[in-house]
Each structure stands twice: as structure tokens, then as C-alpha cells.
Design a protein around this ligand. Structure first.
Ligand SMILES: NC(=O)C1=CN([C@@H]2O[C@H](COP(=O)(O)OP(=O)(O)OC[C@H]3O[C@@H](n4cnc5c(N)ncnc54)[C@H](O)[C@@H]3O)[C@@H](O)[C@H]2O)C=CC1
Ligand SMILES: O=C(O)[C@@H]1CCC=N1
Length: 262
């Protein structure tokens, strides 16, 4: 299978290319790449990939096409992909808009954790996408982590808001936590290490058992110690409401982008 990646040296396109090659899912000769800055002598340690001249050249050489450009760059792309499977990573560009390229459309929502092969990238398939296409999509997405098929396209906007945000909310928490420590006179490196202990160490304890989060919270509350006091104060200050507002705002933004394409 020849895979064309439009935006092959961008954040996600590059992570996908790296994952496909390092995991041996595709060979360098299977990749047809396009970016705006032109061919590079080395693509993740490989010289023998194909660099397309333009979008039409990429389509002509590819069976499957990944669109990994920013949503605002979609209208200028002029993608004509009749008979091809088109896998879009774009937030807020819906299937009705993508249908203009005449390909078989799948939308996936990866995240920046693709960089370390641990993205959760759920996908949704439009009409006309075959079971073989779905297998292809699962195989491609396995290069950057895990996936599930979603039943409705509207859920892509929700996934854009949550897993799509990648490391953003952990980073937001880390900045607030380290900021508190510094404000209390803790030196910079120790403030960051303290935040890392809570954000990364705590997350590692939950890895693979996230459904146990409510039980873990209950255990801290039952302990009736300092953490229980902190949890109560966070809730009283609107922690849940802040998360809800964040996810609602991001989902709404994705929906607005789809409603009025650039
Ligand atoms: N970065 C993230 O965390 C996430 C991004 N996405 C979606 O993935 C898509 C890609 O995002 P990023 O990789 O972050 O963007 P990026 O800006 O890092 O990469 C996009 C690349 O596309 C290239 N490009 C733009 N127009 C082009 C054209 N006409 N021909 C060839 N190359 C072109 C740009 O030069 C750039 O290298 C976006 O649509 C975004 O909504 C989805 C989930 C998470
Ligand atoms: O912030 C963004 O727009 C990108 C797309 C989806 C998640 N991250």
C-alpha cells in the first residue's frame, strides 16, 4: 500500500511517519510525502521515501491519503481523491466538507502524545468506507497508539476537545501547581519536581486502570486527611465546572469551525 501524507513534516504528520517506519508497518518506499518547505534529505533516518511535487502528484502515487494540515489550510488544498481512502486528522472539518474531494472519508482525532506512540486516536467512517478500509485505518493508527471506531461523527468534536487536547490540561495543572509552590517560596527546580510528582507520578498510578479513579478519590476522601481537605476545596472552588467549561468551549469551537469552514 502506498500512503500519501499531506503535512508530512508537521507535528502529527511527522509523528505518524515516524511511527509507521519505526514499527515496520510501512517501508520507506511506501511513503509519498508532501509538505510546504519541500523535500528533505532525511525523513526519520530514511532517504528512500518519495517526495511529491504537489497534491495532484501525491494523489496519483497513493492508495490512501492522510490529510494532516491545519483546518484553515484545507480550502486551499484542492484535493481530488476519487477512489482513494482519505484519512483526515483535521479538527472541525466535517465529512460534508471533506466529501468535496470525492474520496472515501474517515476522520480520526489523534493527539500530540503520538510523538511517543501513545496517542488515543478514535475514528469515524463516513458512508462508502469498507471493512478493508477500516482495517487499513486501524493499522495506520496503530503506528501512533490505540484507536476505537466511533458511531457518530458528532463524537469526533467531543474527542477533539478531550483526547485531542493531549498534554494541554496536565500542563495547565502543572503550571498552576508549580506556581503555587514558587509563591510559597519553594525554589524553581523543586517546585517543578513537586508538580511533576503530582501530575506524572499520579497519572502513572492510574495508567491502565482509569476506571478506578472514582474509587481512588473515595479512598483519599475516606482517609479524611490533607488530600481530602484539598479535594473538597478544589470542588468548592469549581474544579468540575472549570473542566466542564473547558471541554464545552473546545467542543463548541470544533462545531463552529465545521459550521463555517475557513
Ligand atoms: N497538534 C495536535 O495536537 C493535534 C492536531 N490535530 C489536527 O491535525 C492537523 C495537523 O495538525 P499539526 O500537525 O499540529 O499541524 P502542523 O502545523 O504542525 O502541521 C501541518 C503541516 O501541514 C503543512 N501544510 C499546510 N498546507 C500544506 C499544503 N498545501 N501542502 C503540503 N503541506 C501543507 C504545513 O507546512 C505543516 O508542516 C490539524 O488539522 C489539527 O486540527 C488533531 C488533534 C491534535
Ligand atoms: O488545538 C487544536 O486545535 C488541535 C486540534 C485538536 C486538538 N488540538
Amino acid at each position: 500500500m502506498k500512503l500519501g501524507i499531506i503535512g508530512a513534516t508537521g507535528w502529527l504528520g511527522s509523528a505518524l511517519g515516524a511511527g509507521l517506519l519505526s514499527r515496520g508497518i510501512l517501508q520507506p518506499g511506501d511513503l509519498v510525502l508532501l509538505n510546504r518547505s519541500g523535500p528533505r534529505p532525511d525523513y526519520h533516518g530514511h532517504a528512500d521515501v518519495t517526495w511529491a511535487r504537489d497534491v495532484a502528484d501525491l494523489v496519483a502515487q497513493s492508495d490512501v491519503i492522510v490529510v494532516s494540515v491545519r483546518p484553515e489550510d484545507w480550502p486551499g488544498l484542492d484535493l481530488r481523491a476519487e477512489g482513494r481512502l482519505v484519512l483526515s486528522f483535521m479538527a472541525g472539518v466535517d465529512a460534508a466538507t471533506l466529501a468535496g474531494c470525492s474520496g472515501r472519508i474517515v476522520r480520526a482525532m489523534p493527539n500530540a502524545v503520538a510523538e511517543i506512540g501513545a496517542s488515543y486516536s478514535p475514528f469515524w467512517a463516513a458512508g462508502g468506507v469498507t471493512e478493508a478500509d477500516r482495517d487499513t485505518v486501524r493499522r495506520l493508527l496503530s503506528a501512533i497508539g490505540t484507536t476505537d471506531e466511533l458511531r457518530t461523527e458528532t463524537q469526533i468534536d467531543l474527542m477533539t476537545a478531550l483526547p485531542g487536547s493531549g498534554a494541554a490540561y496536565p500542563a495547565l495543572m502543572a503550571v498552576a501547581m508549580a506556581g503555587f509552590m514558587r509563591a510559597q517560596g519553594v525554589c524553581e527546580p523543586i517546585a517543578w519536581r513537586a508538580a511533576e510528582a503530582a501530575v506524572i507520578g499520579g497519572a502513572r498510578l492510574l495508567e491502565g486502570r482509569i476506571t478506578e479513579a472514582p474509587a481512588l478519590l473515595a479512598a483519599y476522601r475516606d482517609y479524611r486527611g490533607t488530600t481530602a481537605a484539598g479535594l473538597d476545596a478544589a470542588e468548592a472552588a469549581g474544579f468540575d465546572r472549570a473542566i466542564e467549561a473547558a471541554l464545552s468551549a473546545a467542543t463548541e469551537k470544533a462545531r463552529r469551525m465545521a459550521a463555517s469552514p475557513a
